[in-house]
Design a protein around this ligand. Structure first.
Ligand code: PNS
Length: 161
């Protein structure tokens, strides 16, 4: 039974993340989506909102959704996960991702980072850009599922009121 962690901020989850989770489920028995709670970052969606939105998209019992703070490798050990999944959209992601993977290996040599590429149509999507486009009234229907689109629109409606 191989459990993989898919860590990230997920503020919010995008079609790119979803594509990677679906691909990951073809390889690993179970995936835990590990939502980083970082008190120094100010996310648009609260921890509970992010958890609920992801849960709604993945009711499968092969996908767990949990929060973590502190070191990812500590959380991986706590969960008994052997693999960390990270997405690579473009070469520009590689340098930062390699640094993180090597640092995580330095901290915990028993964990393997596995890089996965999303479908090419998702290679330009990031949570940051999705938020920016949504805040400025652009069409995000191809970038996030309907539930996330609704949640984003609500956020920006309340902000502009
Ligand atoms: O969605 P993101 O922001 O690309 O995810 C980054 C994340 C959460 C994977 C990374 O910031 C992380 O693992 N943070 C936990 C702290 C940690 O373990 N730092 C040392 C690893 S290099």
């Amino acid at each position: 039974m191989t459990l993989a962690l898919f860590p990230g901020s997920f503020d919010p989850i995008t079609n790119g993340h979803i594509d990677l989770i679906e691909r990951g489920l073809k390889i690993f028995d179970r995936i835990t989506v590990a939502v980083l709670v970082n008190i120094s970052k100010k996310p648009l969606f609260s921890k509970d909102e992010r958890l609920a939105l992801i849960r709604e998209l993945f009711p499968s019992d092969r996908v767990a959704i949990k929060t973590f703070s502190g070191l990812l490798v500590d959380f991986a050990h706590q969960e008994n996960a052997k693999v960390i999944i990270r997405g690579l959209r473009a070469v520009s992601d590689f340098e930062y991702e390699l640094q993180m993977a090597m640092m995580n290996r330095e901290l915990a040599d028993d964990l393997e980072t596995v890089f996965m590429m999303p479908r090419d149509i998702y290679s330009y999507i990031s949570s940051r850009l999705v938020k920016e486009v949504a805040a400025l009234g652009g069409d995000i229907s191809n970038l996030v599922p309907p539930a996330i689109q609704v949640a984003l629109l609500k956020k920006f409606q309340t902000k502009s009121e």
